[in-house]
Design a protein around this ligand. Sequence first.
Ligand code: AMP
Length: 362
Amino acid sequence: MKLAIVGGGQLGRMMAQAALPLGIKSLLLDPIADACGVDCGELLVAAYDDPASLDSLAQQCDAVTFEFENVPPAAVSRLAKDIPAYPPAQALETARDRWNEKSLFQSLNIATATLALVDDQASLVQGVAKVGFPCVLKTRTLGYDGKGQKVLRSSVDIEGTFEELGAVPLLLEGFVDFDYEVSCLSVRGRDGECVFYPLVENEHRQGILHKSRPLLNHPLQSQAAQAAQAVMEAIDYVGVMAFEFFVQGDHLVANEIAPRVHNSGHWTIEGSACSQFENHVRAVMGLPLGSTETSRPIAMLNVIGKRPDIHKLLAIPGVHLNDYGKAERQGRKIAHINISAVNEADLLVRLDAVEGILVNNL
Ligand code: AMP
């Protein structure tokens, strides 16, 4: 069996890595010749919308999946015409646009922040009157890792802001004074079976994910899973979907979905019976889903920009380094570290030790 993966970055690489033991080879499409997925599968170097390359993927592979949501829609429909393509085009379209995804949440009675559409400076003023300060103004499309957004705290922040964010369609959201952020890694198979990983607590730094930790037996687990299942069923989803929420007291406020394997699920590689990557491959290939059972304490830290001293790192027990083989560059995710332990106290000691190494590495 052969899987086509559009995108040859670290997510494509880890999907290809998970596919190998299942006897599934991967063919990755990426415009960059040294995309890091090349170590784990065959790489086709071409633009994402190159017709001949898309046809070649379809001819050689049994199914196709996507590493990111901003695949050109024409490329998705060209592929879907010839081979099973998951997640479906409708899911990518929904997740690409913050207004579309939040409208879907609201239609399913899933709570969101107060919202207002902004198409020019005048509608920004009207939106602020509806939503109130503080609020967050975001580009409807192409925003990630906190890019393309601005927190507005008073009327001085409104002046010229529509232009500042590129004079593109925007969404204004009420500022959610959350306690912490979580994500629910959810999987839906081709036959409609759904499984869920334990809720993950996520900590961001400078807009980039820093740390993720599964929270076993969290009281909001079933509420999150129900919301995720409702969304996946509404868009006939297949594969792994990450649903990000804010936790405020004893309830969830939906933020966004990522229609793909997600950074906040990297801990599942060593933490769960079947990782998010293997489950995504299983779902897309029409295979039975694997267990999401997670029993031991585990956490994940991202490595940004620069490699830490591998000797020091691996001297800490319970450390699992996953280096993506990418060149070092400021702000770039180049590896993650999963840290496991038999109990909570040991995990915290090990986490502290790894965080110490990462801080000194900056
Ligand atoms: P996003 O790109 O929507 O995931 O936003 C990036 C980060 O900005 C989130 O992980 C939150 O930490 C913060 N954020 C986004 N939207 C809101 C909001 N409505 N209220 C408070 N914080 C937010």
